[in-house]
Ligand binder design. Structure first.
Ligand code: ATP
Length: 324
């Protein structure tokens, strides 16, 4: 591999995208993706993921800021960028009467230096469906066909917009294995996804978008570590949160009560759990519904998603934000 491993293959600087009518869908985001890295863009519905990816794919110009893919402006230098990138859109939109094989061959005719269409189908496990009409494919098989087409040009950069939507668990795992293999061979991958376990298991780094801004970013471990762990249980009859030992002594950094269920937030899960159980034993109490769970990407995502701005009020970026 003669590519520079540390090169920023994708550079996004202060990107803004304003639609006709003045709605600002992307409000100044900055991130970089290194060569041979899988970067995931996560976000609530309407957060601006597709609006961002479309600019990277050269389908739209930035309203402000700038974007580079492989060192070029993907919009004004489309001819230089497009042959080196593979794009898997959310909706493939193939003619449904063509077979899988015909579709792949037709697409290969539009790609310079395309790999053997049969090889692309084999990569996504569709070789046995080559003679089936596209309209007869399941939703998951169509996603795999979308991916096969994106891989035809053996791209250096792959844009995957929700690549595993509609796939069953096995198909999803197969796609993850394929994306990892492509990354290991040097391909740079930018993907959007709604599946948090997909981002957690697949991405080297990720950014969570919210209302057009990057709310948090970093490696999955960094983003997760910024969240507290949780312990919840039913308050024993006649007990209130104030009857527990002082929260500071338990290492608790926050709490909430829903009905009789007390939820403690902590950054020291082992210490808090130990102190809580010792207190329960000393007090002769059974803690029903006891549940302790480490911080997760899901927790980070839900925390951000709950921070809904008031109508007309721009969302403020969260601090601290990891460097990307
Ligand atoms: N052509 C358009 N004109 C006006 N507003 C648009 C247009 N396309 C998207 N938007 C708005 O921009 C915002 C961001 O949309 P975008 O599709 O980028 O979000 P997303 O994060 O990809 O969402 P999802 O997860 O639902 O696919 C949304 O509020 C959407 O309604």
């Amino acid at each position: 591999m003669d590519r520079n491993e540390h090169e920023h293959v994708i550079e996004v600087t202060d990107l803004r995208r304003v639609y006709g009518g003045g709605f600002e869908a992307v409000r100044g985001i900055t991130f970089h993706v290194k060569q041979g890295e899988i970067f995931a863009l996560l976000g609530t519905n309407g957060a601006g993921k597709t609006s961002t990816v479309e600019v990277l794919e050269g389908l739209a110009a930035p309203s402000a800021g700038h974007v580079r893919v492989l060192g070029h402006d993907p919009f004004t230098e489309r001819a230089a960028v497009r042959p080196r990138t593979g794009v898997m859109l959310q909706e493939g939109g193939f003619p449904s009467e063509l077979t899988v094989s015909e579709t792949t061959r037709m697409w290969a005719g539009c790609v310079s230096g395309a790999r053997d269409p049969r090889e692309a189908l084999a990569l996504v496990g569709l070789e046995r469906r080559a003679d089936v009409r596209v309209k007869q494919l399941s939703g998951g098989e169509r996603r795999r066909l979308d991916l096969a087409l994106a891989l035809l040009g053996d791209p250096e950069v792959l844009f995957l917009d929700e690549p595993t939507t509609g796939l069953d668990a096995e198909g999803r795992r197969d796609t993850w294995d394929l994306v990892r293999a492509l990354r290991d061979a040097g391909t740079t991958v930018l993907l959007t996804t709604h599946y948090l376990e997909e981002a957690e298991g697949l991405a080297d780094r990720l950014a969570i978008l919210h209302e057009g801004r990057i709310a948090v970013s970093g490696t999955p471990a960094e983003v997760t570590a910024a969240q507290p762990s949780r312990i919840s249980f039913e308050l024993p009859t006649g007990y209130f949160p104030g009857d527990l030992p002082p929260f500071a002594a338990l290492g608790v950094c926050g709490h909430d009560v829903q009905g009789r269920v007390l939820r403690l937030h902590t950054r020291e899960l082992q210490r808090t759990a130990t102190e809580l159980l010792l207190w329960a034993r000393r007090s002769g109490l059974a803690l029903h519904g006891l549940d302790a769970r480490s911080a997760s990407l899901e927790e980070a995502f839900l925390t951000i998603a709950r921070e809904v701005s008031a109508p007309g009020e721009p969302a403020e970026p969260r601090k601290p934000e990891h460097a990307v």
